[in-house]
Design a protein around this ligand. Structure first.
Ligand code: NAD
Length: 433
């Protein structure tokens, strides 16, 4: 059993802390956001992730996980400190903004006591491990520690599943001592994960290389969807046919409104920035970033084109989170599409099963929030589906047809069966079909 201190209780830190507690380690999660810590200390969950609430409750009640707004004791006792604070895009340069990492490291450095592994789980620019090592040495010259890169690959919405069934764990370190601690960390796993030990800079690069590749894959199928629309092919059939090829694989071939979320947009921009800083041409990534942003505007115009000429048009938006299974709206395609829609004279009612509270922080009172999907579609001139929640697949089209003003559906996630939709009198537009 190891003593673990996790710094940052966000979408990565909280599932990570809960997961390690579940497999038998003792975990203290620290966050500077006292509201989050107070909520967690009183047994309340602070974000939505499938299956996380029950697991948190179980381990919290068993005393295997604790929460604190102070690092001192947790870092002193820790065998491993896992840093999982945010690295959002810098507003001007779009490189990773390192202020939260630097603040966390400056603080933790002073409390290191006995040999400790400092594992960086946040997505950080290549070379950060070296910088952090220098910062800790300067702050606490006698500290006995190793800095390890341990990037996170979980998918939001599946964080609990992915914690227990990772495709691989990447560990960047040359230190044998640090590797032994990491081995102990993963020893109690029910299925022993595939651990890849690499150089620290390779590990930091693997994270950006992976996310950039996945973003490119999504953009590729989106462009293919545009092509299918022009030539009368069905992109879902095309994706299926492509995905059966083992060299390509079926995942990340779902056409949609463009990639979003708190990772792909910022990580592709950070990758492009690092390439530019190192005089390396990465035109593919640069193009994908630009075109992905254009795509969201195109989706908004697709929705608007349906209601052209309608007086006082009302748009019903189903889905605000950047994907299903999470309440996270950061860089959600829905937010960017709404931004564009709102530059027009339209009224918009929105509904999301989990993300309304987070959406309110971004959209304020610019839209009306509906308590369910039927309330949202009432009197709508077009229904736009922007997130792939299962709930929307079960939309009772017969009932919806009696509620709307004009029967139009723009399904940016290809959730509905076009035949069913048309049988209920709706005009239907999916993506690439
Ligand atoms: P988040 O914004 O949800 O959470 C970050 C947390 O860190 C916040 O609760 C914040 O209060 C806390 N924090 C910031 N500075 C702190 C400090 N000095 N001391 C203590 N707490 C501090 O972020 P996230 O989505 O969990 O992402 C964290 C990192 O993991 C980022 O680098 C991200 O790129 C990476 N990552 C995220 C995902 C994902 O799906 N969200 C997946 C893989 C990797």
């Amino acid at each position: 059993m190891l003593n673990i201190c996790v710094i940052g209780t966000g979408y990565v830190g909280l599932p990570t802390g809960v997961g390690f507690a579940e497999i038998g380690h003792h975990v203290v999660c620290v966050d500077k956001d006292v509201n989050k810590i107070h909520a967690l200390q009183s047994g309340q969950i602070t974000l939505y992730e499938d299956g996380l609430e029950d697991l948190l409750k179980k381990n919290f009640e068993a005393g295997k996980i604790q929460f604190s707004d102070s690092m001192s004791e947790a870092v002193q006792k820790a065998d491993i400190v896992i840093v999982a604070v945010g690295t959002p895009p810098h507003p001007v340069t779009h490189e990773a903004d390192m202020q939260y990492i630097h603040a966390a490291v400056q603080e933790l450095a002073q409390y290191l006591d006995g040999y400790t592994v400092v594992a960086i789980k946040s997505t950080v620019p290549v070379g950060t491990g070296d910088d952090i090592e220098g910062m800790i040495r300067e702050k606490n010259p006698t500290a006995d520690f190793d800095v390890v890169s341990m990037p996170e690959f979980l998918r939001e919405g599946f964080a609990v599943h992915d914690f227990f069934h990772p495709d691989r764990i990447v560990v960047g370190s040359d230190s044998e001592r640090a590797r032994l601690v990491v081995q102990k960390l993963y020893e109690p796993f029910p299925e022993h994960p595939n651990i890849l030990y690499v150089k620290r800079r390779s590990s930091e690069t693997i994270k950006y290389a992976s996310n950039s590749f996945l973003a490119i894959k999504i953009h590729y199928i989106n462009e293919m969807a545009n092509f299918c629309e022009k030539v009368g092919a069905d992109v879902l059939e095309v994706a299926k046919g492509m995905g059966l090829d083992n060299r390509i694989g079926p995942r990340f071939l779902n056409p949609g409104p463009g990639f979003g979320g708190s990772c792909f947009p910022k990580d592709t921009m950070a990758m492009a920035y690092m390439a530019r800083m190192n005089d390396v041409m990465m035109t593919l990534i640069e193009d994908v970033i630009k075109e992905n942003s254009v795509r969201k505007k195109q989706m908004a115009h697709r929705i608007l084109s349906v209601i052209q000429g309608v007086e006082n048009p009302k748009i019903a938006v189903l889905g605000l989170a950047f994907k299903n299974g999470t309440d996270d709206c950061r860089e959600s395609p829905a937010m960017e599409i709404l931004d564009e829609l709102l530059t027009n004279d339209v009224s918009i009612t929105v509904y999301d099963p989990k993300a309304i509270d987070n959406a309110k922080k971004i959209l304020g009172d610019k839209v009306v929030y509906a308590p369910d999907m039927y309330d949202a579609v009432k009197d709508a001139d077009v229904v736009a589906i922007l997130t792939e929640w299962d709930e929307f697949k079960n939309l009772d089209l017969k009932h919806a047809a009696t509620l709307v003003r004009h029967k139009n559906i723009v399904d940016c996630r290809n959730l509905l069966n076009p035949k069913d939709v048309k049988e209920n009198g709706f005009e239907y537009q999916g993506i690439g079909r």
